[in-house]
Design a protein around this ligand. Structure first.
Ligand SMILES: [Fe+2]
Length: 303
C-alpha cells in the first residue's frame, strides 16, 4: 500500500505555449514563475512552487503528479509497483529539477494515464502573485479518465491509500487521500486523459465574479455555476486552450471522521445528481493523454 500525501502537479503539453500561458495567467489568474527553462511555463496557485507546468510540444496531458512522504517512501513505492508488474522509471536530476521535486518515479496506470510519484516538492512561502484576483485558494483536485470507474477504484484503493467518498453510478468515482471530499476523481471515458484540473476559490462570490469575467472574455463555460451534491462544492467548469478544462469551486466538503462516512451512490440520470441547482449538465472535455514516450522513457527533456 502506497500512501499518497497530496496531489502535486499536472504537466500538460501545448502546441502554442504563449497562448496557453496567457490563458493560465490572464484568464485563470495563476502566477507565472520566473522562466528557468526554455519551452516550459510553471504556474503557481498556492504554497507549491507550481501545480501546473505547460510544456511546449504536442498537445496532451503528460503526467499527473502525487506526493509521497519522503525519499524512503518513494523507494518503497517503486519496489512495490515493480513487483506488481508496472513498468516504472526513475527520473533523472534534471527532470526532477524541472518538477521542483527531489526525486520522482513515473509509470502508467492500468488505463494509460501517466502518473508520477514525487518526494519533497518545493514549497514557496512568498504570497502568490496572482495575475488577476480570481480568489484562488489552492490547487484543489485533478480528475482522470478511465473506461471503467469501478476498475479505477480498485486500482486506487488497493495500490494506494485512496478511499471512495461517493459514486456517481458508473460515471464517476470521487476519491479522497485526506479529509477533503475528493482530491482525485475518475470519470468514465474511453481513452486516458485529464478530465479537468480544479482550483478552490475563497468565497462563493469569487465563483460568480469569475463566471462573469469568463463570459466577458468569451471563454467557453462547460458547466455551471452549479452545486455538486456529493462534495457540496459550488462549481464552474470552463475550457482553456488545447482542450484543457479548468474548474473553480468553493465549499468542498471535508470528511473528518473517516470511520463513520458511508460512500453514497448517485444516479447520473437523476435530476440534481450532478448539479443540485438543476442547471444544464455537460460532461467536461478531457485533454487526451500524450503518448509521446513509453513509461521507460517518461520525463525526457521534452516532457
Ligand atoms: Fe472537479
Amino acid at each position: 500500500m502506497i500512501t499518497l500525501t497530496d496531489i502535486a502537479y499536472v504537466r500538460s503539453g501545448v502546441a502554442d505555449l504563449d497562448a496557453a500561458t496567457r490563458f493560465a495567467t490572464e484568464i485563470v489568474g495563476l502566477e507565472l514563475a520566473a522562466p528557468t527553462e526554455v519551452g516550459v511555463a510553471h504556474l503557481r496557485a498556492d504554497h507549491r512552487h507550481h501545480c501546473l507546468a505547460l510544456i511546449e510540444g504536442p498537445s496532451g496531458v503528460i503526467a499527473s503528479g502525487f506526493s509521497v512522504a519522503d525519499t524512503d517512501a518513494l523507494a518503497a513505492a517503486e519496489t512495490e509497483l515493480e513487483r506488481a508488474g508496472f513498468s516504472v522509471r526513475r527520473g533523472d536530476a534534471e527532470q526532477a529539477r524541472s518538477r521542483r521535486v527531489r526525486e520522482f518515479i513515473a509509470f502508467d496506470d492500468p488505463f494509460g494515464n501517466r502518473l508520477e510519484l514525487v518526494s519533497q516538492q518545493e514549497t514557496i512561502t512568498r504570497p502568490v502573485a496572482f495575475t488577476r484576483p480570481a480568489g484562488i485558494a489552492e490547487f484543489g483536485h485533478l480528475c482522470l479518465d478511465a473506461p471503467d470507474v469501478h476498475e479505477a477504484y480498485r486500482f486506487w484503493s488497493t495500490r494506494f491509500n485512496a478511499r471512495v467518498s461517493d459514486w456517481i453510478g458508473d460515471a464517476a468515482c470521487l476519491l479522497r487521500i485526506d479529509p477533503v471530499h475528493h482530491k482525485l476523481a475518475v470519470f468514465r471515458g474511453e481513452r486516458p486523459g485529464l478530465c479537468h484540473m480544479n482550483f478552490q476559490v475563497d468565497t462563493i462570490d469569487d465563483v460568480f465574479r469569475n463566471w462573469h469575467f469568463l463570459l466577458d472574455h468569451d471563454v467557453e463555460i462547460e458547466m455551471g455555476p452549479g452545486r455538486h451534491p456529493q462534495s457540496t462544492a459550488v462549481f464552474l467548469y470552463f475550457l482553456g486552450p488545447e482542450g484543457f478544462t479548468y474548474e473553480y469551486s468553493f465549499g468542498v466538503r471535508r470528511i473528518e471522521d473517516d470511520a463513520t462516512w458511508r460512500p453514497r451512490t448517485f444516479d447520473p440520470d437523476e435530476p440534481g445528481s450532478i448539479d443540485m441547482w438543476l442547471g444544464p449538465t455537460t460532461r467536461p472535455i478531457t485533454q487526451p493523454q500524450a503518448r509521446s514516450a513509453e513509461p521507460a522513457e517518461a520525463g525526457r527533456a521534452s516532457s
